[in-house]
Design a protein around this ligand. Sequence first.
Ligand code: PMP
Ligand code: GLN
Length: 384
Amino acid sequence: MSRLEPFRTTVFAEMTELAVRHEAINLGQGFPDEDGPASMLEAACSAILSGANQYTPGAGAWDLREAVADDRYSRYGIKYDPQHEVLITVGATEGITAAILALTERGDEVVLIEPFFDSYPAAVALAGATLRTATMETDGDCFVLDIDSVRAAITPATKVLVVNSPHNPTGSVMTEAEAAAIADLAVSHDLIVVVDEVYEHLVFDGRRHISLATLPGMRERTISVSSAGKTFNVTGWKIGWVCGPAHLVSAVRAAKQFMSFVSGAPLQPAIAVALRNELPWVRAMRDDLNIKRDILRTALSNAGFKVHASQGTYFVIADATPLSLGDATKLCRRMPEEIGVAAVPVSAFVTTNHHDRWRNFVRFAFSKRHDVLADASQRLVGLH
Ligand code: PMP
Ligand code: GLN
């Protein structure tokens, strides 16, 4: 069997296709339905019109690398050299895949925490590395890291640990205690940690995102990955970045240059403009998402789901057990046609060993306009 055989189709493609076919509201794939800041869109148009249309330098447009470094310094207090420690990628997806390809050899082990974003195990398979997994557990209506399971997954062959916070699909946000426990394990086992922070701005109820690279002993072993998609409502632009110590970033760059060489030239200066000027726009968007989360949680609860907390991201997880409508995968395949709403089953974010535990959980995205959420709320009540 080919090593990519289990990764033929993604749940996002399947559920989005069903949503389109049945003209359903797509609360499955996580993307917003409103544009990002006008100054950024205008900057992209003028970059195209003023000729920024050829390959950028290998590590990405200089002004974006500088803006990323300045942004990380002003928000997290970490200094990265834009020349050697920042790399622009084709979204966070390429940054994470290139990191796993660059930093692991056949026989090396990569630890992922279940549930995980679906590109991670595919990247491990592409690299020919060995996948080991840890888990999250429920704590009231929240999901928290089972740190003992992370410890148990680490062996002398472990090279890389991938951590995602704010977390897709559970919406949980890493606490200080969880961050300290991860840092402790990473330092004591000399691991490289790939941190996926694409939702770093989207944390609710006054919470704070902890960037793992800021913890003692972590800067030199952490590859921090983020992206413009979720921060500035441009998921289709696919511009991301990787920050880390020069020796790790140069390894990631070696892999990245043969995957895509460089990415969208005129979009990069526009994102630099947004990183420098539009963080107030992002905070307002986040505050609005906080309200949207509450609207969708109420609607799901009215529809009969047991709804979990969502401390960050675009997503909320709901347990369909009280509805007695079969497992979440079957439910998600029926919902677009029957009630005109699409969602994704959480079992798509775990290995088959863990399917049973997550079989009744559905992930819904609330990154939609208020009128769309109001419409979806009415449709959800029709679920039976
Ligand atoms: N990581 C997580 C946790 C995600 O939810 C996504 C989807 N935005 C990505 C990575 C991929 O990001 P990008 O579209 O920038 O490749
Ligand atoms: N990150 C988004 C999600 O989790 C979209 C992912 C995708 O389409 N690959 O829904």
